[in-house]
Ligand binder design. Structure first.
Ligand SMILES: *[C@@H]1O[C@H](CO)[C@@H](O)[C@H](O)[C@H]1NC(C)=O
Ligand SMILES: *[C@@H]1O[C@H](CO)[C@@H](O)[C@H](O)[C@H]1NC(C)=O
Ligand SMILES: *[C@@H]1O[C@H](CO)[C@@H](O)[C@H](O)[C@H]1NC(C)=O
Length: 472
């Protein structure tokens, strides 16, 4: 400890510290985006948090390392983006980033928000201005002007399944002529989105863009089995890590400082072993099963008399003011099993990077169909962390079992296996570090924002060609 402290006082390094603070403030903003999108699949975020942040937040400039020429074909086009809401939550943020990407290549872009709250909200007003400042037109989502805008656009991007309601509400008799120009970006995978009310026009749009193959597969099954409708051409677009996050992830000094800071705040030692789950606390994200597994792993260590560092479980994403039943259950469990000093609860935060810097293993324990993508997984891999994930949903497309992490089944049957996997990573230091290291190149090769932009570009090209064959 003393060694680090003296290093930091030296004048040479203090410049580094300033730089670090700067980088830190940037990634707080980036994380705001990341955190919100990572929770998107299960439920839409509490509007309150997003609105509270809206004023302070700068919308991230994204897709920075992407070759703009790749989107040259969009230059003289007019694209209309329709969002179900305007907030700094996952869905709208992804759409905003796309808006700016298109603006950067000279596309004319208009934005409509379908569900605006009745009363004027300052947060929405401020966000609209941020969008306007970047050269995107913000237009009313209904009325004759809206219909005219729709008719003259080259492409319409509908964001999320619920926005399907806008089609009928606004377009009325024009629907059929508009459908071939629509690209529908879907981020949901919960059952209640599979309603004809929302998606009955889905078969007739130019294409659907979905965050993972397993979610796309699920949509295909559900639409055909439950609703008796077919999916249109479907394009899977994995999400990518932002440049801002990567800057911290790749800065060893930044990581070390954040690690020390967080560990100190949790009261754990540098050599202790931290297993963390970073998700809003809910049954779907599986914090309860994670704690049970953690308890089982401690028992295994004890029974087998294994020599391992002190193991801790960190739950980042707590909100005692919200779903208190599960929150109470988790705390009661820790107390009852006598592991209270090994279990740490951290309030829901938009700033996850410091925790990624501080922990040793990320646990992705989303249940049922898993994550629709699970952005925290690629973020953890950028920080060279091994991932212990459920064998479901997007996680299976990111984590390579036995190489960048280990997979366990969802549900109760996953408990003993996750427990064994935790013990394995605790006892086999080399395996743990190697798995973490292998995650990094995988992220660099596949899960960066420029990969996402590249993929989106090819989708736009195809959709545009399909809907408007004369233009190319
Ligand atoms: C979709 O259905 C097929 C065949 O019925 C099945 O093999 C596959 O696992 C299902 N996929 C999902 C994601 O439910
Ligand atoms: C965490 O949130 C609770 C309310 O949900 C609050 O009482 C507590 O002070 C917060 N803790 C920290 C460290 O901010
Ligand atoms: C993951 O790999 C382990 C061996 O490393 C194997 O026992 C387990 O069945 C695999 N799990 C899945 C879901 O493929």
């Amino acid at each position: 400890m003393a060694k680090y402290a003296s290093t930091w006082i030296s004048p040479h390094k203090s410049k580094r510290l300033l730089l670090l603070l700067f980088v830190f403030s940037i990634f707080v903003i980036a994380i705001l985006f990341l955190w919100s999108s990572l929770n998107y699949c299960y439920y839409r975020r509490h509007a309150g948090i997003a609105s509270a942040m809206a004023d302070r937040a700068v919308i991230p400039t994204s897709y920075s390392s992407f070759d703009k020429n790749r989107l040259g074909f969009m230059r003289s086009k007019f694209v209309l983006l329709v969002s179900h809401e305007l907030s700094l939550s996952g869905g709208p943020l992804l759409l905003m980033e796309l808006a700016f990407l298109l603006r950067n290549v000279g596309t004319e872009v208009a934005w409509m928000t379908y569900q605006k709250p009745a009363e004027d909200s300052e947060a929405i007003y401020s966000l609209e201005h941020k969008i306007l400042d970047r050269g995107v037109q913000v237009l009313p989502s209904s009325g004759q002007d809206a219909v005219n805008t729709v008719l003259k656009s080259d492409m319409i991007i509908l964001n999320t399944a619920v926005t399907g309601k806008w089609l009928e509400a606004v377009l009325k008799e024009h629907i059929t002529e508009v459908l071939p120009k629509i690209l529908w970006w879907i981020h949901e995978m919960r059952g209640h989105y599979f309603k004809l009310d929302y998606v009955k026009h889905l078969p007739y749009v130019a294409g659907a863009m979905i965050d993972s193959h397993s979610t796309a597969e699920y949509w295909k099954n559900r639409t055909s089995e439950r609703l008796g409708i077919a999916m249109p051409s479907t394009y899977v677009v994995h999400l990518g890590n932002s440049k801002e996050l990567m800057e911290v992830a790749e800065d060893a000094v930044a990581r070390r400082v954040l690690r020390e800071h967080i560990r100190e705040s949790l009261g754990v030692h540098n050599e202790d072993l931290l297993f963390a789950i970073i998700n809003s606390v809910s049954r779907g994200k599986g914090q309860d099963l994670f704690l049970q597994s953690f308890y089982e792993s401690l028992k295994l260590v004890h029974i087998k008399k294994l020599q391992v560092p002190a193991m801790h479980a960190v739950i980042v994403g707590s909100d005692m003011s919200g779903h208190t039943k599960l929150e109470m259950e988790l705390r009661t469990f820790a107390v009852k099993q006598g592991i209270k000093d090994r279990v740490h609860f951290v309030n829901k935060t938009l700033t996850v990077a410091p925790f990624l810097a501080a922990i040793d293993v990320l646990v992705q324990n989303s249940q049922a169909r898993g994550e629709c993508f699970g952005r925290i997984t690629i973020e953890a891999m950028a920080f060279q962390l091994p991932v212990l994930g459920t064998s479901a949903g997007g996680t299976t497309e990111i984590v390579i079992n036995g190489s960048t992490g280990l997979l366990h089944p969802t549900g109760k049957e996953g408990i003993p296996i996750l427990a064994q996997n935790m013990v394995k990573l605790a006892t086999q230091v080399e395996t743990r570090l190697t798995m973490g290291k292998k995650g990094f190149p995988r992220v660099m090769e596949r899960f960066m924002e420029h990969h996402m932009a590249e993929r989106i570009a090819s989708v736009l090209e195809e959709v545009l060609h399909k809907s408007n064959p004369r233009s190319s």
